[in-house]
Design a protein around this ligand. Structure first.
Ligand code: DAH
Length: 332
């Protein structure tokens, strides 16, 4: 065989071993053991046992040398790293996966529910005018919520919104009815934080303005909302209430999803859970935004978002939402 005859395999092995003991180990491996090496080519041409044994012997010894040299180099690299103060044997820091804040998850769920009912989702500003937050919403000058003790004023004309209801005004001023909108977002009130009070929390505002809609549409919409949030068996009820911008005004309750209305600690043994205010858009509000109350009807509601998370997960303390303790938030 030509290649066998032409090559001095003892010399080949010597050259290879000396290259392998150098620093360019991979180059040496490719040159003397790779697919295009003389050794590999010769092995492909082998026809007799003797040559096969000779060449395979060379190959096995060179491979063993490569493996040994690999270990040697790795050890040297580790020693160098250790000498420089880096301990490469320390386990790495595990990378934990982030997630959306629980309230963001619920907020998105709420948006999906209303998108499914054909509503437009709004994101209104948190800084609004006194007019948008109070006057346009029919709130008279002496109303306690206007007090500087209750509300964060930025100057005489602007404040951090105390409710998401100003988005109703913005929607009616910028859209031509029919209007179907929801607007989830943060609101602010001067409250001392405790388990059930917070100077900032989230609401979802809903406004529907159309012709020929009735209180039954309000009830049906709210019922659908709570059924999607808390399960298909939930029922709702309305209690009379008062808000300056709705007439009549109601409070909505939903049957307790824990005890099915039989009574438990969550619903304070009443079977019902209070969810928030709603009502029939007051004719004065329509007039303020330039809509004819004889032509258009509308309903609105504003419900808390934290409450949904607290009820669902049995969370006892509102502060958990913004203290951002990942041990708590990481559970959801
Ligand atoms: N804005 C009210 C609040 O913060 C809640 C509310 C009541 C919103 C009735 C409405 C409504 O849209 O119709 O307490």
């Amino acid at each position: 065989m030509d290649s066998l005859a032409a090559v001095d395999w003892a010399a080949y092995e010597q050259q290879a071993l000396s290259a392998i003991s150098g620093d360019a180990l991979e180059d040496a491996r490719v040159k003397y053991l790779g697919r295009k090496s003389e050794l590999a080519q010769a092995l492909r041409g082998v026809r007799d046992k003797e040559s096969g044994m000779l060449l395979n012997g060379v190959k096995a010894r060179l491979e063993a040398a490569v493996t040994a040299r690999e270990h040697q180099l790795e050890l040297a690299a580790r020693r160098a790293a250790a000498d420089s103060g880096v301990d490469v044997t320390i386990p790495g820091t595990p990378v934990t996966r982030g997630r959306l804040h629980l309230l963001t998850q619920i907020r998105r769920e709420i948006e999906d529910i209303f998108l499914g009912m054909g509503y437009e989702v709004w994101d209104g500003p948190e800084v609004v005018t006194v007019w948008e937050n109070f006057d346009a919403l029919n709130t008279d000058q002496g109303h306690p919520s206007r007090s500087k003790l209750d509300t964060f004023y930025l100057d005489d004309d602007t404040l951090l919104r105390t409710q998401t209801s100003p988005d109703q005004i913005k929607a009616m001023l910028t859209r031509t009815p029919p209007i179907y909108m929801v607007s989830p977002g943060r609101v602010y009130r001067r409250d001392t934080p405790d388990a059930t009070h917070s100077p900032t929390f989230q609401q979802v505002e809903c406004l529907a303005v159309d012709r020929g809609i009735t209180l039954a549409d309000l009830r049906g919409t709210v019922q659908q909302y709570f059924r999607q949030l808390f399960g298909p068996d939930r029922d709702v009820r309305m209690r009379t209430s008062f808000f300056p911008f709705t007439e009549p005004s109601v409070e909505f309750d939903v049957t307790c999803f824990l005890c099915d209305g039989r009574g438990c600690a969550v619903c304070k043994h009443s079977g019902w859970i209070e969810m928030g205010g709603a009502g029939w858009v007051d004719p004065d509000v329509f007039r303020t935004v330039g809509l004819d109350p004889d032509d258009w009807q509308g309903f609105a509601f504003g419900f808390g978002i934290e409450r949904i998370a607290m009820l669902r997960h049995g969370l006892p303390d509102l502060r958990a939402f913004w203290e951002n303790d990942v041990r708590i938030l990481g559970q959801f």
